[in-house]
Ligand binder design. Sequence first.
Ligand SMILES: [Zn+2]
Length: 290
Amino acid sequence: MLRKSVTSVLAGAVLTGAIALGGCAQPGTQANTQSGAQSGAQPAENATETQNREALYQVSLLQSLTEGDFEGSVTVGDLKKHGDTGIGTFDGLDGELVMLDGKVWQAAGDGSVNLMEDTATIPFGNVTFLDSDETLDVSGAASFEALLKQLDGRVAELGINNFYAVRIDGTFDKMNVRSEHKQEKPYPTIVDALAADQTFFNLEKVEGSMVGVYCPPYASSMNSAGWHFHFVTADRKQGGHVLDCQVGKATATIDKTKEFDLALPGSQKFESTDFTVDRTADVKKAETNE
Ligand SMILES: [Zn+2]
């Protein structure tokens, strides 16, 4: 961590309309303009905004995505103001988003990986500026489950009630990922979209990076509690949403984020969705394909 935030605002998560918010910098949070790790220049109109490196920024709710709210509400350009590392999807559920080193990649349903323009929009995602709080050797993890168990062990020590971003760089003996083809309006639910248009890619002996987010148990009504990982190869030619893996030699960089910044889309679809409905089963199906 580069610094502790002056204020911890987790208890009062920032709820804001996505279109108007821009930076959402917290009063009292220090500016980050001196950081050499900065990626992506700020547009002139936001030059005076501060960046909050200790917040996990989220666009909309995963539960909204399960309802077929695939309309992009935040641009890739705006996303870059909130982080350099993260995961998500694109307008129309058009593939899996992997953000690494400030670049936004689309692992598309046809198996291609594409560098996305700042004008592309996203309906859901989580990003933060990855500041290493610690690293963990995850070499030899025999399965995704084993890897997550190891990460859970560290999170149990660091505090399970926080949000985390993790990046794992290395070699992978096996990497089973999926993506999906873009949906057309009227959008189906995510479960129906995946049933019809999900594609699987079983990679072997690849080098690359996994990017993941951990959400604490209490976040289960606006995201998936626990881990969610995407992957892209080192040559940025293959990738997707991780379903299983076998780790060769790899190191995890762990960033504990003490703040949470939620950008609600404010769309008609979002406003009319009943979020009292428990969508846990749909979220699990979308995340694990089980
Ligand atoms: Zn995913």
